[in-house]
Design a protein around this ligand. Structure first.
Ligand SMILES: [Mn+2]
Length: 429
């Protein structure tokens, strides 16, 4: 891992909060993510399962966690299983956790090698009534490939058909959405690295540079500051490419007179930043670009004010839609007549602003949370309005990350340049 060690108290507390919500007489089993094949004998760079990391701080493949708070044998109330390393693995793959290191990283006292898992599980599982399994319940994604927790569930159900199976995801959905002080600090760190990469890019950008050269600058800044890498595939979309919402080709030349839309963020210690900015290639917005830019910024400012405890996501999106509608009328993109005759299910503004304004952010970039529960203190949300005008080859999005506090909210990206003049000043400095 490139990131610095994290105090294990946060993971110990997460496990404590999790087991408090289990039904009586329950055992919960969690698996690390699979290693995914890339080609030949290669795997993709390992990425830990976010729930597994949340509960253990262990960032290594083939690891298993058992939580059984009422286990009659006190040795097995909290057990971590790890892949046993050896000289061969050390030489070919490098360092893996020792038991001592894993104890220190996770705060779990009982650490065993993976080879002991089946025997230990068999000695305790029949004293439990419920077995909690960690299914991936993200409501925006359907997994075509059965992941490790699902495969373990199939084999457990075959061996232990009469236990009652339960869903860990319901508990984690409510826990993970409220961020602890440590999680907030790690997210802030990801935001700081992202800020530095953006400032670097502002100084680098000029007519004739390519989108991939800009991407390389960002990656350079991320890695030199201990980020694992990008939180998601970075979008470096100049001119009309900004109309493609998930443009990741990043292979065009940035032209004089165009605006570039950036959407990138660093991943630090598995926590993510998610930032968007839109800047003029030549360092000066045209009048029209500036008008659209300022409209998006006003919408972002107004929307940010609504990101407070008690707000419901759907109502919020509806309100932002109204504000955006007024701005689009101001820009001459919509008329009052268009709005008067609009289908309420597909409001007219959607032609120019087709995505949502906010999502939760955390161990997942689109973090796991209920869409129907109102915002709470400790939530981190993005705020990312945009206006995309295909006919003008212009797309502008601005996105900051907002932490909800007891007395309002804190913009975790408040120190990242966002005013048009400030951006122009840095680009021409
Ligand atoms: Mn986002």
């Amino acid at each position: 891992m490139k990131y610095l060690p994290i105090n294990n108290e946060v993971f110990t507390k997460n496990r404590k909060n999790f087991v408090l919500r289990l039904k009586p007489c329950s055992i919960a089993i969690f698996n690390a993510n699979d290693e995914f094949p890339r080609s030949g004998d290669q795997s993709f760079l390992f990425k830990q399962n976010p729930d597994f990391f949340y509960l253990t701080g262990i960032d290594q493949e083939q690891s298993i966690l058992i939580l059984f708070p009422e286990c009659p044998n006190p040795l097995y109330k909290e057990v971590l299983f790890l892949r046993q390393t050896n000289e061969h693995i050390a030489i070919w793959e490098g360092h893996k956790y020792t038991k001592e290191e894993a104890k220190l990283a996770s705060g779990i006292k009982n650490v065993y090698w993976l080879s002991e898992f089946d025997v230990i599980l068999q000695t305790i599982i029949n004293y439990a009534e419920h077995i909690y399994i960690n299914t991936n319940e993200n409501d925006r994604y359907v997994h075509a490939v059965p992941y490790r927790d699902l495969r373990v569930f199939e084999s457990l159900r075959a061996k232990y058909p009469l236990h009652k199976y339960e869903r860990s995801a319901l508990i984690l959905r409510d826990l993970r959405v409220v961020k602890s002080a440590t999680e907030i600090d790690l997210t802030k760190k990801a935001c700081e690295i992202t800020r530095d990469a953006f400032i670097r890019v502002l100084k680098f950008t000029q007519p004739g540079v390519t989108e991939y050269e800009i991407e390389a600058e960002i990656t350079h800044e991320f890695l030199r500051q201990r980020a694992t890498g990008h939180a998601y595939n970075p979008i470096i979309a100049s001119g009309k490419n900004a109309i493609v919402l998930h443009y990741v080709d990043n292979n065009q030349v940035c032209k004089d007179g165009d605006v570039i839309l950036f959407d990138f963020g660093a991943e630090y210690a598995n926590y993510n930043a998610d930032m968007s900015r839109s800047v003029p290639v030549n360092g000066r917005f045209t009048k029209r670009q500036r008008d659209v830019y300022d409209a998006v910024l006003r919408v972002m400012r107004a929307a940010t004010k609504m990101i407070v405890a008690g707000t419901v996501l759907n109502d919020y999106h509806e309100e932002v839609g109204k504000i955006m509608t007024d701005e689009l009328i101001g820009l001459g993109l919509l008329t009052k007549h268009d709005v008067a005759k609009q289908d309420p299910n597909v409001p007219a503004y959607k032609k120019y602003f087709m995505h949502g304004t906010s999502h939760h952010l955390g161990l997942d970039v689109h973090d796991f949370a209920s869409r129907y529960k109102s915002f709470e203190v400790g939530n981190i949300l993005t705020c990312e309005p945009g206006i995309y005008i295909a006919a003008e080859g212009l797309g502008i999005r601005i996105e900051n990350n907002i932490l909800i506090t007891a007395d309002g909210n804190i913009d975790l990206m408040a120190d990242i340049p966002v005013e048009a003049e400030h951006i122009e000043e840095i680009m021409n400095g």
